[in-house]
Design a protein around this ligand. Structure first.
Ligand code: BGC
Length: 752
C-alpha cells in the first residue's frame, strides 16, 4: 500500500491526547469587571496589565518583582512563606486585593520536580531533554510539554521553570541531559515546541539559562568570552528560535558572566538583544542566586529576583524600594517590570484559570506514562547493529541482562530538575547524599519488560562481579549490558569515560559472547573504547518514567529505532575545543575561582559537528547519526525558492521489509565557504513509512541559516552566490547535493 504523503516540516500541530488541560474553574469575567476592569477577557494582555498597574500601590508593585525560595532552609535560618508549596523552587506574592494571583514556581523541563525532601512529590518524568531532542520530533516535544504542564498545574503550580536550551558546547557539561543538544535549530525548535505544550495549560514556562551557561564548572562566576557574531549564530540563535516557537512567558537569566558582566545584569543580553532586538514582551527572572545588584540589575533588564535567599542580599527587596524612592530606578522602569510579569500572567491564563492548589489526585498518570514512553521510544538511538543482532531474535532461548540496575529500573539525571518517581526509587542508596544527589532510578525495569516482550529466559547479573557477569554472558545466547553514567547539575563529568570500571566490564562480556548488546543510559556523549568488540549499541539516555518499556520495545523491534544523535560523540577529549574544561570540574561554585573565564571564541559558532567539520576530525558517532531496522532511500532532491525562502523537496522511500521512521536531514553550505564552518543543519523531517511507501517532503530553510550575522548593522546578510543543499543521513553521511544560486538579501535582526 504505497502511501504518497506530502508534508511540510514546520508548523505541525500537536496532538495532546490525554495531556490536555483539565477543566478548571474559570474566574468570573463578568461580575466584578467594573471593579476589576482587567478581568475583561476581551482586552489584550498588555491592556489588562496596564489596568492592574494603574490600581497598584508601590509596595504592591515591589512585591511582584521579589521572589522567595519555596523550601525551608535551616542552614540559612530561612523559613519559606506559608503560602508557598512545600519543598518547591519558588514563590512570589500576588496582590489579593486586586485579584493578582500568587506565582507558585516549580522546576523543570522533564516534569514536576521537588527540592531535596523526605516527602517529594511523585510525578511523571519525560526522558531527558537531550533524549527528546534525539527524537527530532517537535510534535512529541509539544505533547510532552502539555503533559508536564498539566501535572504542574494540578500540583498547584502556575510557573514551570522549563525550557532549557543552553547548547551542548562541551560533552562533559553536567546539565547536557536537561538541554537539547549542540545545534541551534534543532535545540530551538524542540525546546520551543515543548514550551508551547507547557503553555497550553494555564502555566507560564521559562526558557533558560540565558545565556551561555554551557558548563557547570565555576558556574556562579565563570566569565564566558565570545564575540557578537559567534554569539548570535550559536547559543543566542537557539534562544531566539525557542522564543519565537514557544513564546515563553519568562526568560531565566544565567549564573555566569558573559564578556565580563553577570548575565542577570547584562544590558547587552537583556535590554539590547532580548528586549529591543527580539522585542521580547515577557519578563526576565534571575536564576536562584544569580542576582548581584539592585541598580545595575534593575536598570540593565532584570525584572524579577528569584529565591532571594540565595543572593548575597535581598537586592529587589527594601533596596529596590529605596532606589525607586531615590529615583535611581525610575518608577517607569518598575512599572515596566510589573507590566512584563502581569502581561505574561494574563497571556498564559493565570488570572482567568487560577491554579486551585494541590489536585494531584486528578492527574491521569496512566495516560501521562504513555506520553513519556512514546517520547523515549523515539529518542533511543541505534548506533551499531552488526549482522542484524537487533531486533532480538525470536530464536534466542536465554538472554543475560547485566548491570545498570536493569532488573529494577532506569537512571535519571540529578539536581533541581529531579522528578521523583511514583512509589519511590528502587535503588535508594546510590550516589552522593548531598546535591545534586541522590541517584534516582525510575521503577521501569528493562529486564522485566524484555522478559514480557520476548519468549527467551532472562538471567540477571549486577555487573559488580565481572567474573560472574562473564559466566552469565557465556551461558546465554545474547548478553545485554546496561551501562550508566550519572551526571547532575553543578558538576561536569570529569572525562568522557564510563565510570565504575564499566568499560572493563563491557570488554570482558564482549570477549565471552560476541552477541553482546550495550545499552547506554548516559547524560550525554561517552567514549566507547570497546565499540569495535560489541555487536550492537543503543543510546537510551535517561529515558524517564516509561524508559524500561521503551528500551525493551526497541530491543525487540516492537517499534523501530528512530532516534538520531542531537550531539556529536567524540572519540576522545583530544578532539574537543577544550580538551580540559576550564576550571576544576569537580568543584561547583565560582567563589573558589572568582576570576575564572572560558574562551568560547576558540570554536565561536562552530559548535559540535561544525567544529569537527572545520577541523577535519572524524568523531566516534556523528551528529544526526542513527540506524533504523528498515532501509530508506533518499532521492529526488530539488531546491525551489518560494517567497524568498529556500525549500528542499525530497523523496523518501521505505525499501526495507518493515515499518520505520526516517529522518532525512538537509545541511546547507556556501560554495564560497565563508561561514564559521563548512555546513549548518538547515532543516529536517521525521516521517513514518510502511514498507514500500514513498513520501515527498518539503523542508523549508530558515533564511538566517543561509546568512552571516552583521554586528554593525544588526542584520542577517545572505551573500549572493551558490549554496549547496546536502541531503544526508547524518552530518557525516551525505546522500546527494544540489546547488542553488541565491541573490543577495538582507534580513532584519529577527530574520524577517
Ligand atoms: C537552577 C535552575 C533552577 C533553579 C530553581 C538553579 O540552581 O540553575 O535551573 O530552575 O535552581 O531550583
Amino acid at each position: 500500500m504505497p502511501a504518497n504523503l506530502k508534508r511540510t516540516l514546520l508548523g505541525a500541530a500537536a496532538v495532546l491526547g490525554s495531556a490536555s488541560v483539565a477543566t478548571v474553574q474559570t474566574a468570573d469575567a463578568q461580575t466584578g469587571t467594573s471593579a476589576k476592569p482587567w478581568m475583561n477577557t476581551t482586552l489584550s494582555a498588555d491592556r489588562r496589565a496596564d489596568l492592574v498597574i494603574q490600581a497598584m500601590t508601590l509596595p504592591e508593585k515591589l512585591s511582584l518583582v521579589y521572589g522567595y525560595f519555596g523550601t525551608t532552609a535551616s542552614w540559612k535560618n530561612y523559613v519559606r512563606p506559608p503560602e508557598s508549596l512545600a519543598d518547591s523552587a519558588g514563590f512570589v506574592y500576588g496582590v489579593p486585593r486586586l485579584g493578582v494571583p500568587n506565582q507558585w514556581e516549580t522546576d523543570a523541563g522533564l516534569g514536576v520536580a521537588t527540592q531535596r525532601s523526605p516527602h517529594p512529590r511523585e510525578r511523571t518524568s519525560l526522558p531527558s531533554g537531550l533524549a527528546t531532542a534525539a527524537t527530532w520530533n517537535p510534535t512529541l516535544a509539544t505533547a510532552g510539554g502539555a503533559m508536564i504542564g498539566n501535572e504542574a498545574f494540578l500540583s498547584g503550580f502556575n510557573v514551570l521553570l522549563a525550557g532549557s536550551v543552553d547548547l551542548a558546547r562541551d560533552p562533559r557539561n553536567g546539565r547536557n541531559f536537561e538541554y537539547a543538544g549542540e545545534d541551534p535549530l534543532l535545540a530551538g525548535l524542540i525546546v520551543g515546541s515543548e514550551i508551547k505544550g507547557i503553555q497550553s495549560n494555564p502555566v507560564i514556562s521559562t526558557v533558560k539559562h540565558y545565556a551561555f551557561n554551557d558548563q557547570e564548572t565555576n558556574r556562579f562566576s565563570v566569565d564566558v568570552k565570545i564575540g557578537n557574531r559567534a554569539a548570535r549564530t550559536s547559543d543566542l540563535l537557539a534562544f531566539q528560535i525557542a522564543i519565537e516557537t514557544g513564546h515563553p512567558g519568562s526568560v531565566m537569566c544565567a549564573y555566569n558572566r558573559v564578556n565580563g558582566v553577570y548575565a542577570c545584569e547584562n544590558d547587552d543580553l537583556l535590554n539590547q538583544v532580548l528586549k529591543t532586538d527580539w522585542r521580547y514582551p515577557g519578563y526576565v527572572m534571575s536564576d536562584w542566586g544569580a542576582t548581584h545588584s539592585t541598580l545595575t540589575a534593575a536598570n540593565n533588564g532584570l525584572d524579577q529576583e528569584s529565591g532571594w535567599m540565595f543572593d548575597d542580599k535581598p537586592y529587589f527587596g527594601d533596596a529596590l524600594r529605596q532606589a525607586v524612592l531615590d529615583g535611581k530606578v525610575s518608577l517607569a522602569r518598575l512599572d515596566d517590570m510589573d507590566h512584563r510579569i502581569l502581561r505574561s500572567m494574563f497571556a498564559n491564563g493565570l488570572f482567568d484559570h487560577p491554579v486551585a492548589g494541590d489536585q494531584a489526585d486528578r492527574i491521569d498518570y496512566a495516560g501521562h506514562l504513555k506520553v513519556a514512553q512514546a517520547d523515549a521510544e523515539e529518542a533511543i538511538v541505534l548506533l551499531k547493529n552488526c549482522g542484524g543482532l537487533l531486533p532480538l531474535a525470536a530464536s534466542a532461548k536465554r538472554i543475560a541482562i547485566i548491570g545498570g540496575h536493569a532488573d529494577v529500573g532506569v537512571l535519571s539525571g540529578g539536581g533541581s530538575s529531579q522528578v521523583y518517581p511514583r512509589g519511590g526509587s528502587p535503588v535508594p542508596n546510590e550516589g552522593p547524599d548531598a546535591f545534586p544527589g541522590p541517584e534516582v532510578y525510575f521503577p521501569s525495569s528493562p529486564m522485566k519488560a524484555i522478559a514480557a516482550e520476548s519468549s527467551a529466559g532472562v538471567v540477571y547479573a549486577d555487573g559488580k562481579d565481572i567474573a560472574a557477569a562473564v559466566r552469565a554472558a557465556a551461558d546465554s545466547d545474547i548478553a545485554i549490558v546496561f551501562a550508566t553514567q550519572w551526571t547532575g547539575e553543578s558538576i561536569d563529568a570529569p572525562n568522557l569515560n564510563l565510570p565504575n570500571n564499566q568499560d572493563a566490564l563491557i570488554a570482558a562480556i564482549a570477549k565471552a559472547n560476541p552477541k553482546t548488546v550495550v545499552v547506554l543510559e548516559t547524560g550525554g556523549p561517552v567514549a566507547m573504547p570497546w565499540a569495535d568488540q560489541v555487536g550492537a549499541i543503543l543510546e537510551a539516555w535517561y529515558p524517564g518514567s516509561g524508559g524500561g518499556e521503551a528500551i525493551a520495545r526497541v530491543l525487540t523491534g516492537a517499534v523501530d529505532a528512530s532516534g538520531r544523535l542531537p550531539v556529536t560523540f567524540p572519540l576522545s577529549e583530544a578532539q574537543l575545543p577544550r580538551p580540559v574544561v576550564d576550571g576544576d570540574a569537580s568543584k561547583d561554585g565560582g567563589d573558589l575561582r572568582p576570576h575564572s573565564h572560558t574562551d568560547y571564541e576558540i570554536e565561536g559558532a562552530a559548535v559540535g559537528y561544525k567544529w569537527f567539520d572545520l577541523k577535519g576530525l572524524k568523531p566516534l558517532f556523528a551528529f544526526g547519526e542513527g540506524l533504523s531496522y528498515t532501509r530508506f532511500a533518499f532521492s529526488g532532491l530539488k531546491a525551489e525558492i518560494h517567497d524568498g525562502r529556500v525549500i528542499a523537496h525530497i523523496d523518501v522511500a521505505n525499501i526495507g521489509a518493515r515499518a520505520g521512521k526516517a529522518v532525512p536531514q538537509i545541511y546547507v553550505s556556501p560554495v564560497a565557504g565563508d561561514w564559521e564552518a563548512p555546513k549548518r543543519l538547515g532543516g529536517w523531517a521525521k516521517l513514518a513509512l510502511q514498507p514500500g511507501a514513498i513520501a515527498q517532503v518539503d523542508v523549508a530553510i530558515d533564511p538566517r541559516l543561509l546568512a552571516v550575522y552583521d554586528s554593525v548593522s544588526k542584520t542577517w546578510k545572505i551573500a549572493e552566490g551558490d549554496y549547496k543543499l546536502i541531503l544526508a543521513q547524518s552530518a557525516e553521511a551525505p546522500v546527494m547535493a544540489v546547488t542553488v544560486h541565491l541573490p543577495a538579501r538582507t534580513l532584519d535582526v529577527r530574520g524577517h
